[in-house]
Design a protein around this ligand. Structure first.
Ligand code: BTN
Length: 332
């Protein structure tokens, strides 16, 4: 079921988190009070929790700042604006990554940018679902084309992680780090994730869709579907955040130049900074690759962004892929 324009208007009216009476909403929307009630009932399905209190009216349990193109663009520098070829915000979509992969097959150019308020089939790494309730987090995908083949951009997702940390630091979010290869972590829990989907020939050119999911405020009811230890920015900062548009603009300011310049400069430029955010370094951990598991002490990343693990026999092994768990015996 899609979000109707009436429901979108109700959400906009309730976004301030204050009580609004049924009569007020009905008058604003030129519909009956029972029609308001009916429309509101559909909101729970998108992760929007609200309270109805007699004598007061309706209130969203958590205020929202809906994404607005002009507010995001107001934050973007001219230089970054010039890198954007298309800019879309979907109220509802299956997956911003899936959508841009489809656009890439229809020759969409570099710099296609897509945000969504709500994803019905958000994709995480390793076939996981990315829990994407309405209006509370960031779901962003960027399409970029490269002259060379996939091997030339193998470390891109690490560089993207650095760009995300830079943007968060601009918003005074400092208690954050990166968990190889590209999870955004805070206090041992996942705050965000990056999914890079690459298509193209081995010899190039290739096309990447870079997807970022960042938890700003995750309603507990939706969190029940998350299979990893998670956190969100409201927990990390202790603030009820209403900075989605500003943060979305800051993310684009940091991400687009990193992605656009990556082919020319590669991972080397980002290695030291990535290492400074490495929250696995020195930890006893287990790397899972399919059915195999490798225990040891994480020794950071090598010059190509690959994971180094010191094994119990003292040897250091290099890994290009896998899932690291450092606080349990199964992949988190
Ligand atoms: C991960 O599992 O860590 C990667 C999560 C990536 C989620 C984002 S949300 C925006 C974009 N669209 C998707 O369907 N997935 C990515």
């Amino acid at each position: 079921m899609t979000i109707s324009s009436t429901q979108k208007r109700i959400i906009s009216l309730l976004a301030d988190g204050q009580f609004h009476s049924g009569t007020e909403l009905a008058d604003d929307l030129s519909i009956s009070r029972s029609a308001v009630w009916k429309q509101l009932q559909g909101l729970n399905g998108w992760g929007l929790q609200y309270s109805a209190v007699s004598g007061k009216g309706y209130r969203l349990d958590h205020p929202l700042e809906l994404l607005m193109e002009e507010k995001i663009k107001a934050v973007i520098s001219d230089q970054v604006g010039a890198l954007i070829s298309s800019f879309e915000i979907y109220d509802q979509i299956d997956s911003t990554n899936r959508y841009l992969v489809e656009c890439s097959q229809n020759n969409a150019p570099s710099g296609s940018v897509c945000f969504a308020e709500y994803q019905t089939a958000g994709k995480g790494r390793r076939g996981r679902q990315w829990v994407s309730p309405y209006g509370s987090n960031i779901y962003l995908s960027i399409l970029w084309r490269f002259q060379q083949g996939p091997a030339a951009i193998s470390g891109l997702s690490l560089a993207v992680g650095v760009a995300v940390i830079r943007a968060l630091k601009q918003h005074q979010v400092n208690d954050i780090g990166l968990k190889w290869p590209n999870d955004i972590y805070s206090q041992g829990k996942k705050l965000g994730g990056i999914l890079v989907e690459v298509s193209g020939e081995t010899d190039g050119p290739c096309c990447a869709v870079i997807g970022l999911g960042l938890n700003l405020f995750m309603p507990e009811a939706d969190a029940e579907n998350i299979t990893q230890a998670w956190t969100d920015l409201s927990k990390v900062t202790g603030q009820t955040l209403l900075i989605r548009n500003h943060l979305a603009g800051s993310l684009l300011n940091q991400l687009l130049p990193v992605i656009g310049e990556y082919e020319g400069i590669g991972i080397q430029t980002y290695l030291d900074e990535w290492r400074s955010y490495d929250c696995l370094f020195g930890k006893v951990a287990t790397l899972f690759i399919g059915q195999q598991q490798f225990d040891g002490i994480v020794q950071g990343i090598d010059a190509n962004g690959m994971l180094l693990i010191e094994r119990p026999d003292g040897s250091v092994q290099t890994f290009a892929s896998g899932e690291v768990s450092f606080n349990s015996s199964v992949p988190s």
